[in-house]
Design a protein around this ligand. Structure first.
Ligand SMILES: NC(=O)c1ccc[n+]([C@@H]2O[C@H](COP(=O)([O-])OP(=O)(O)OC[C@H]3O[C@@H](n4cnc5c(N)ncnc54)[C@H](OP(=O)(O)O)[C@@H]3O)[C@@H](O)[C@H]2O)c1
Length: 261
């Protein structure tokens, strides 16, 4: 039976991946909030198996536990590295522990679990094998006042593009999903003021995940930016020199997210 493991499955995009994959996959759900994952699992009517792993992916010992689960999962066909955290504010005054945790969660855990999944795929050679790494449009340019988050997502994008080329001939699909503003708990958790942002700038988690899964095929390309507005922003960022991008983004962060410098 095909198995998919999803990190950050207790809310937002991760819970939505679980909902949309539940009819076709046995699931392994990973996040800290066990009760929320239990209640999500109970809402599925597919009769597929759901295993829940409560883990804090900023903690090395928990990452090792999940690495083992990925390495040993029977018929693992899909890993969704989705768990992530972002903050907004001036780096030097933001809480140091939370800034370091962003690197541990968004980067270290994702690298560890990607390695375990590719090892599983190479040993077991499942009929289909795919890795989805969730980055962000924030990864397309330096972003003052969200410097660690944007840098962590730039890492995810570059890393995913690199390993995608390495496994191109092995029948493994690598997708780097780069969403823009998506209605989840992300902004609330990061204490991000979105009151000035217009409605049209947002996508739903349901739409973003549907686009991700619809494009999980060998010819679809590695980097996937859902939504026309996000695609236009990513294209504009790629065309502008980095230093100018940083200057422009500082202005955007101050006006759109009400960040105080
Ligand atoms: N929403 C957006 O606007 C947006 C835009 C671009 C990219 N993204 C990316 O999308 C991904 C999913 O975020 P989301 O929008 O769905 O946000 P969310 O609703 O806040 O979900 C984040 C998920 O990550 C889990 N998580 C957080 N810290 C964790 C930790 N230390 N260990 C294990 N799991 C942890 C949370 O579960 P627990 O609290 O139960 O651990 C939750 O399930 C992230 O990588 C984010 O960077 C989001």
């Amino acid at each position: 039976m095909a198995t998919a493991l999803i990190t950050g499955a207790s809310s937002g995009l991760g819970a939505e991946y679980a909902r949309q994959l539940a009819p076709a996959y046995d699931l392994i759900l990973v996040a800290r909030n066990e009760a929320r994952m239990q209640s999500l699992a109970q809402s599925f009517s597919s009769g597929r198996k759901v295993k829940i792993i409560a883990a804090d992916l900023t903690k090395a010992v928990d990452v090792e536990r999940v690495e083992l689960a990925v390495a040993e999962a029977t018929d693992l066909q899909l890993l969704v590295n989705n768990a992530g955290l972002g903050t907004v504010g001036k780096f030097s005054v933001l809480d140091a522990v939370t800034e370091k945790n962003q690197v541990l969660l968004n980067v270290n855990a994702l690298v560890a679990l990607s390695h375990a999944a590719l090892g599983n795929f190479s040993r077991n050679r499942p009929a289909q094998a795919a890795l989805i790494n969730v980055a962000s449009v924030a990864g397309f340019q330096p972003t003052p006042f969200s410097a660690v988050y944007a840098a962590s997502k730039a890492f995810v994008k570059t890393f995913s593009e690199g390993i995608a080329e390495e496994v191109r001939g092995d029948g493994v699909i690598v997708q780097c999903l780069c969403p823009g503003l998506t209605r989840t708990e992300f902004q609330e958790r990061g204490h991000i003021d979105v009151s000035s942002l217009p409605d049209f700038a947002w996508m739903s988690a349901e739409e973003v995940v549907r686009i991700s899964l619809a494009n999980l095929s060998p010819g679809s390309g590695v980097v996937l930016v859902p939504g026309l507005l996000n695609q236009a922003m990513a294209l504009a960022s790629s065309a502008v020199p980095s230093a100018l991008n940083a200057r422009l983004m500082a202005g955007v962060m101050k006006s759109a997210l009400n960040v105080r410098a």
